[in-house]
Ligand binder design. Sequence first.
Ligand SMILES: Cc1cc2nc3c(=O)[nH]c(=O)nc-3n(C[C@H](O)[C@H](O)[C@H](O)COP(=O)(O)OP(=O)(O)OC[C@H]3O[C@@H](n4cnc5c(N)ncnc54)[C@H](O)[C@@H]3O)c2cc1C
Length: 499
Amino acid sequence: MNNHYKTQEQTEQTQPRRHSLTRRGFFQAGAAASASLLIGSAAAAEAGAAEGKISFDSYDVAVIGAGPGGLAAAVAAARNGARVILIERNGYLGGNLASGLPLLGYLDCHGRPVVGGFATEFIDRLTKIGAALGVRRCPHHYSIAVVKPDFCKIVASDLCEETGVEVLLHCYLTAVETREGKITRAIFSCAGNTIEVRARIFIDGTGDGTLGYLGGAACQKGNEEGELQPPSILYTLGGVDKEKFFSWCKENNEVDDDALKYLHESPNWCLVTLGKLFRKLQPKGEWPIAVWALISINRLNDSEICINGPRMLRTDATDPRDLTRAEREGAHQAVAFTEMLKKYVGGFEQAYISHINDTLGIRETRRIVGRKMLRVEEAIAASVPEDTIALAAYFIDIHSSKDFTSKGERIEQAYGIPYLCLVSATYDNLMMVGRCISVDRIVFGSTRVMATCLAGGEAAGVGAALAIKEQCSPCDVDTAAVRRILVKNGGILSMNQTP
Ligand SMILES: Cc1cc2nc3c(=O)[nH]c(=O)nc-3n(C[C@H](O)[C@H](O)[C@H](O)COP(=O)(O)OP(=O)(O)OC[C@H]3O[C@@H](n4cnc5c(N)ncnc54)[C@H](O)[C@@H]3O)c2cc1C
């Protein structure tokens, strides 16, 4: 890990870089862009091609990053009358919605719904086309919604098309311009072209808080030692005999009768198992990595499952050297796990790796400091303040960066995420959604799941659209009005809410 880099991040926590550094960063990026333009123009003259700058102006709301947070924000803002542009570096929309992970966080530990609105609409649309099976209770995660990942991309794209969200794919955010306490422009790169986007409100849905960070907004990253939850690489195995796997688990006491019933009731399952095999094989050096169990997520077809097993410890997912090492390590861990499963676990004899995800799943990087910060004490106390814009009830799930252990803390009752956790403390017109909302590091272990990100994203979109209508800053919006719109759309903002 790069200590110098970490020190910079730590400085940010107390002393956000404001105007001057931000502009310096922007002009440095601009200089680099003009340099490449010069080179580009010589080449273009030769090839007869035109290269340059493409501008997108006069948007009410620009959302950067189209994961669950950004997607929900963009659609909700457009539905509420804003002119919205959604910009994404990938060639598809959805972020981790399209990774093969199940959507968690819909129900609390008692099986009661805590999230509705856009999050429910998303799963309902997938279910209608056979790409999901709704939401059900899960013995490991309170609730589960397994999805067909490619269809998440399609539904996300349809939602944007229907609501008039303008989408730009393949655009990588590289610089941010700020002026007089506001973000004024975001700069992207696409195949050598410089893309500039101007909007009245910017929403950071990058997961990494890249928009806020580049703009010099106050950010936090990890704990005092810079520890961050490790990334994982997800991969898919084909050729799995699932019935044989279940029987093997039962015969080897890896599941009990209740778990077996859960697995047989519906293909909508995720299984955390093989702890006993781990304890047997690990001392003999025959379990490839010290992770104590394997998470397998069913794929909604006959023979595939998705494995969430490999973890790459001590990784700062904002450092390209760490990321590069982790991608390589992850692929090797996937191969080693597969060999072990084929050798020791019934049902995997014919298994093969059919797909390793194109990119790591990043659990934790930066969070942007908001006008409010939700603390773990408030979550444990089930605080639901008046300005709650989403409920959350997933357990606090923190994966160690140093070893293969995880810390979990049960959440008995849902808690509320206040609206001002979505508005930057540094910039009036910067909002954040998904992973980078303003929560402390411990409660982040709970708010990071995708149903919660969808719910918070929807609220940010509604807040941004109201700010445009009222011609005020997002932080001055009437939160009661935001809440009314959310509830009208099926949102759940209190456990006592009458339907
Ligand atoms: C290994 C792992 C397992 C998990 N398991 C589960 C699970 O089972 N269920 C669950 O609900 N949650 C799970 N989570 C958590 C959840 O997936 C994430 O916390 C959630 O997706 C965060 O949503 P987001 O919108 O903030 O970010 P993301 O889903 O990461 O989306 C961010 C988007 O921003 C784009 N972006 C980033 N930087 C730029 C840039 N510079 N320019 C342009 N675009 C950019 C990205 O390409 C991406 O599309 C898991 C996470 C990981 C890593």
